[in-house]
Design a protein around this ligand. Structure first.
Ligand SMILES: [Zn+2]
Length: 122
């Protein structure tokens, strides 16, 4: 049987799992494993500082910015433009029909008395 060890996070005694042996760093409780993982990730990021850097720059170089990609998509798909124009027109009509409450930030919700929540015709 493996000797008991102390968890470096909660300071409790524990016996390592027979298969993990000395590789087991914490007692195995959720919080201690999480802390162990957090520290390991931090260490790994310090050892590989450039790993997560420059991804967007590389993508931008290859595919262009998001706005450029959208513009290109709209140029290549005129049917999308028409469909979207119809959708936006209907959506605007729907938004105008819903009564606007002076107190609510959500235009679809209306509370309060009858005089303030009447639909406004434009
Ligand atoms: Zn622990």
């Amino acid at each position: 049987m493996l000797p008991r060890r102390r968890c470096p996070f909660c300071r409790r005694w524990f016996r390592p799992h027979p298969r993990l042996k000395e590789r087991q760093k914490s007692c195995g409780r959720h919080e201690c494993r999480r802390e162990q993982k957090r520290r390991f990730n931090q260490k790994w990021r310090n050892e590989h500082p450039d790993y997560f850097r420059g991804t967007y720059a590389l993508q931008k170089e290859k595919y262009g910015t998001r706005a450029e990609g959208k513009r290109r998509y709209r140029e290549q798909h005129p049917d999308y433009l028409r469909r979207n124009a119809v959708f936006v027109r209907h959506w605007r009509q729907k938004v105008r029909q819903v009564p606007v409450s002076p107190t609510s930030s959500d235009p679809r919700l209306s509370f309060g008395c009858e005089t303030t929540s009447k639909p406004v015709s434009m």
